[in-house]
Design a protein around this ligand. Structure first.
Ligand code: MD3
Ligand code: FE
Length: 209
């Protein structure tokens, strides 16, 4: 389950009831106060993924309290229960209760993938903290590409992330290139009631509260 130093994949970490509760929470967050939307990039591109943020708003490529690129509303708070889920995730993935206790995420990015959405190879460098990123997957399985820290090209490893999977990216893997080349439409359990894929990432921005 350790894909690379600091990169730990825990398949099936969320049980079906926990997955259903998270899907319901994502649906509520998607409605507002800042509705879920396709992020427009400064150079004119539009992401195929749709994103809603909690705690801090990712206004490419920085974090703001209001959605300066999407109507200006103030983003919803990051719920304490979700930060606590992140602490459990880090503790269990690393088998290190102290690492879990020290984790203080202050933002969550919720990404929705329809059957055509993808995310290109990138690094997450907008946070001023080297704390791990916690990723939770819901709904359709995706192909996740985990690369290296030096280049956006090979060597990389492709693996599948399915509903309920946890992935923690810390230590030397924190600044690795990564991508979602495709999802596998129709792979979600119909009982989850989600068409498409949701991914929740928890992060520490390193910004003052
Ligand atoms: C590896 N999201 O929001 S989650 C992103 O599935 C993002 O929506 C993808 O990449 C998604 O930035 C992948 C897995 C992930 C998230 C953050 C990482 C992998 C990471 C940060 C560093 C290294
Ligand atoms: Fe990323």
């Amino acid at each position: 389950r350790e894909i690379a130093p600091g990169a730990v994949h825990v398949p099936g970490w969320l049980d079906p009831a926990a997955q259903r509760r998270l899907v319901a929470a994502c649906r509520a967050w998607a409605r507002g106060p800042v509705p879920i939307r396709h992020t427009r990039l400064p150079r004119g591109g539009v992401m195929s993924v749709q994103t809603v943020c909690l705690g801090w708003h990712w206004s490419p490529y920085r974090y703001t309290r209001s959605a300066v690129d999407a109507g200006g509303g103030r983003v919803a708070e990051l719920p304490e229960w979700l930060a606590e889920l992140g602490r459990r995730a880090v503790a269990e993935a690393y088998g290190d209760p102290a690492a879990g206790a020290a984790y203080a995420p202050d933002t969550a990015l919720v990404n929705f993938y329809d059957g055509a959405a993808r995310m290109g190879m990138h690094q997450d460098k907008d946070e001023r903290s080297a704390a791990p990123v916690v990723s939770l997957s819901l709904g359709d399985t995706c192909v996740f590409r985990f690369g290296n820290t030096e280049t956006r090209t090979r060597p990389y490893t492709d693996l599948e992330l399915a509903s309920g999977d946890l992935f923690v990216f810390g230590g030397p893997s924190r600044y690795a290139y990564h991508a979602v080349p495709k999802t596998l439409p129709g792979t979600a359990d119909p009982a989850l009631g989600l068409t498409g894929r949701l991914n929740i990432t928890l992060r520490e921005t390193g910004l003052p509260a």
